[in-house]
Design a protein around this ligand. Sequence first.
Ligand SMILES: Nc1ncnc2c1ncn2[C@@H]1O[C@H](COP(=O)(O)OP(=O)(O)OP(=O)(O)O)[C@@H](O)[C@H]1O
Ligand SMILES: [Mg+2]
Length: 278
Amino acid sequence: METKRPIVVKIGGSTLGSHDTTLEDVVTLQKRGLPLVVVHGGGNRVTEWLKRQGTPTSFVGGLRVTDERSLEMVAAVLGGLVNADLVAAVNSLGGRAIGMTGVDGNLIEGKIENAGLGYVGRIVKVNTKALEAILAAGFIPFIAPPCARSAEETANVPYLNVNGDEIAGELAAATSAQSLIFLTDVEGIRDRQGSLLHKLTAGEVKSLLASGVIAGGMIPKAEAALTALNTTPLVQIANGRLPHALIGAVAGEMAGTIISTIQVPSSMIPNWSVAHSV
Ligand SMILES: Nc1ncnc2c1ncn2[C@@H]1O[C@H](COP(=O)(O)OP(=O)(O)OP(=O)(O)O)[C@@H](O)[C@H]1O
Ligand SMILES: [Mg+2]
């Protein structure tokens, strides 16, 4: 990618509440000149809307089992409601954001890998053209599932559900992001005893996945971290409910989990000085 290497941020739907400072932080970082790419979830909102329709929902390995009705709900609620809410909030805070889904500009192309999950796409290709244009114009892309169907996908639906963590990991890898930050509803990755793990290597993440210590919604985050580490030196997982968690993460002052293949002293964490200069 020709533009400056972005910071990719995944905002978990579970963290977004009235007292959350994440969107303020996004605007502050944009004003400091950092190119941001934001991917958001909002799975709890999808579940809530499905419930209103009397449709139960289930998860396997952190991924939503997606029938046709759930797929429509993902597009309507994440790509519509949640995306518009977030973009409107950022713009009213003085930021410059543009909402899009993985379908726009064929940003994310997916293919069904496990038919048992229904219309869940696993990402097979990323097309960053539209993203680059948005970043070059000085906007923050706010990206929601669903994703486009790859040319080889034969399912009879217009698009596929794809987990937000997976989108974030693939976008970080495709843009050689300077870092990938997951804001979620827990402090970070915990070990079997429940203690927070501050620093992990890719190898350690793989064994925590294999042993089942990383479970549920943390599985796609851990897998996305491994994807991102191909080009992105640093992945952070932090509690997005803590005030200014995002600014803290960018500044290297966060209390969550850092996953990196290299030893990262604070002075080497990208944009440390930029984050502290305002
Ligand atoms: N080893 C672990 N350490 C920490 N959390 C874990 C671990 N294993 C499983 N989890 C679960 O992962 C959850 C976070 O993923 P979850 O999908 O619920 O949130 P999110 O991705 O931030 O939000 P959304 O899916 O709406 O985007 C935690 O709330 C926790 O229950
Ligand atoms: Mg999740």
